[in-house]
Design a protein around this ligand. Sequence first.
Ligand code: ADP
Ligand code: ZN
Length: 640
Amino acid sequence: MAAPDSDTQVSEASSVLRRVFGYDSFRPGQQEIIEHVVAGGDALVLMPTGGGKSLCYQIPALVRKGVGVVVSPLIALMQDQVDALTTLGVRAGFLNSTQHFDERQLVESSFLAGELDLLYLAPERLRAESTLRLLERGDISLFAIDEAHCVAQWGHDFRPDYLALSALHERWPSVPRIALTATATRATHAEIAARLNLEQARHFVASFDRPNINYRITPKKEPRRQLLDLLRREHPGDAGIVYRLSRAEVEKTAAFLTDNGIEALPYHAGLDAPTRAANQARFLREDGVVMVATIAFGMGIDKPDVRFVAHLDLPKSVEGYYQETGRAGRDGLPSTAWLAYGLQDVVQLRKMIDTSEGDDAHRRRLASHLDAMLALCETVGCRRVQLLAYFGQEGAEPCGNCDTCQSPPESWDGTVAAQKLLSTVLRLDRERGQRFGAGQLIDILLGKETPKVLQNRHQTLSVFGVGSDLSEGEWRGVVRQLLAQGLIAVQGDYGTLHLTGASTEVLRGRRQVPLRREPVHQPRPGGGAGDAEAPREGRSARRSRSAAAEELPPEAAPVFERLRAWRGATAKEEGKPAYVIFHDATLRQIAVELPTTLTALSTISGVGESKLAKYGKQVLETLHPGDATEEEEQEHLDFE
Ligand code: ADP
Ligand code: ZN
C-alpha cells in the first residue's frame, strides 16, 4: 500500500522511540503493531499489562499527520496520563466530565488548531453529537480504544458507551482504529472483534507471560500476620496492592498494617468519592504506599513500580487473578504475586455462587471459573505453565520463578485419608441424618471430645479418632483439595459437606486420590515454631532496603536512594507522580553507570530529549554534588 514512504515512516517510529521516550528498542510486538497502524491499518491488540500497549498508539499518533484520539474510561487517570506525555514533550490534552467549561474550550481550540498530538476522551463523550461534530472539524490520525474489554464484559459500567464506538468506522472510514486490552481469554477476544467491527483488522496476540512476576500461593492461616511477614521480609518500603473480598476486611487489614508501621490506605466502593480519589492519588504519587482494596481498585492503574500484589482471599476466577496480579511489576523489575487461601474461601465462594442472581447456566459458569482457580492453587506443576495454558498458550517450560518450581511440592497418596473423611460424611448422613461443616468432621476424625462432639454423641461413631495420623492443618488441606477436585461438595449457610457422584468411586476404592503435601509445616499440637514460611531459594531471607534497590551493586545502592529522594522532592514540587519523572529502572541504570555528562546521560533508557533538557542537570548534580564542569554547562545550554 503506502510503499514509497513506509520505510521512512518505520525509521521515523524508531527515531520517535529514542528521541521522545528515550528507549533503545521496541518490546516484543510493538514494532509490528506500530508499523501496521502507521501504514493506516486497523488493529486489535491483546498484550499483557506492562507489555507496552501505550506506545503502540502513541508513536503512530506522533508519526501520522493529525491528532490521535484515545478513548479511555479511566477519567481519574487522564490527568496523570497527560502529565506523563507533557513531561516527554508530547502535546496532549483530555476532555471529560470533570472539567470546567473554560478548560474544555481551551482543549477544543488546541485540537482544532492542530496543536495536539494526542487527545484523550471519556467514552461517553463520543455519544454526544457535539463531540462528533468537533472531531469532524479537526484532523484525526487514528482512534485508539483502550481497555477494549469494556465492550465485552456483561454488566460493565462503560459497556453502552463502548458499544457506540462501532460507529466510528462509519463516520471516519479512512482513519485507522486500534483497540487494546490486557484481557486474554478467547471469548473476550472474539467479542471485542465482533462488537467493535474489527474482524477485518489485524489481530496481534502477545505472549501473556509476565516473567518478572514471582507467583506464590500458600495455605492461609493467619492471613494478616502472614502478609506482614512477607512485607517485612521481602518488601520493606515498597509500593504494593493487597486485595480483600469484603469492605470490612479491607478496613481491618489496612488498620492492621498501619498499626504495624506500614503506610497503608483502604480503597473500596463504600468510601466516599473524595476519600477514594485522595487515597488513589497518594498511592500513585508517593513512593512506597500499600493500597488495601477490593477489586474496585486497579483497572488502568499504570503505576510501573508496584512491587507486590497480595491476595488474602481467593479470587473468583483465573482471569481476575491474572488481571490483578498483573498490576505488579509493569517496569519489568522483579515483583511478587502472593496469594493465601484456605478452606473457608472455598466454602464462602461456593455459597456466593449458590445464592447469586441469574440462571443456572450463569451459576455453572461461575462454578467453572472457581474450579479453574482452585486447580491453579492445588497444582503440583509450574504455576506459570498452568496460567498460560488456561489462556490457550500451551507448551511453556517450567519457569523457575514460582513457588512450585522453587520448592516442588510432594504429592502423597491421599486415598485412605479421603475415604476416612467421606465415610464420616456418609455415616453421619445415613445413621443420624446429620450434616456438618469441615470443622466438626475434622474434630471427629481427630477424636477430639469437644462440647459439640459430646453433645451430638459423635464419640460413639466408629470413625471417631480414626484420623489421628494427620494434624488438623493437614486435614484442612485434605478437605480443601477434595473440594477442589470435586470429590466433595459444600452447601448452604453453614458450609455443610456432601458427597458427590465422584465420592462414591473413592469410597468403593475405584479411584485413587493423589494429594499435594502442604508446603509449610503445620503447627502440631504441642509442636514448636512450625509456622514460618518455607525458605525460598534465590531470595535473600531478610531485606532491609526497598526491593527496588535490591540486587544493585553495593556502591550503587546509596546513589539510587539519593536519586530517588531527588525524584520524590521534584515530583512533589511539580505535583506529579514520581514515576512520571523517571522510572526506577532508569534511576537504577543511572546509579550504576554514573554518567558525568549530559551526552552520557542521554544514552540511558528512559531519558529522552525533553527529560534530558528538563532534569539532566539536576540529575548530574545529584550524582556529583558541586562539581559541574564547564563542558556540562555548555552542553546544558545546547539543550535549552
Ligand atoms: P500496558 O499499557 O501494556 O500495561 P504501558 O504502555 O503502560 O503498558 O507500558 C509499561 C511500561 O513499560 C511503561 O512504563 C512504559 O514506559 C514502558 N515501556 C513501554 N515500551 C517500552 C520500550 N520499548 N522500552 C522500554 N520501556 C518501555
Ligand atoms: Zn514455575
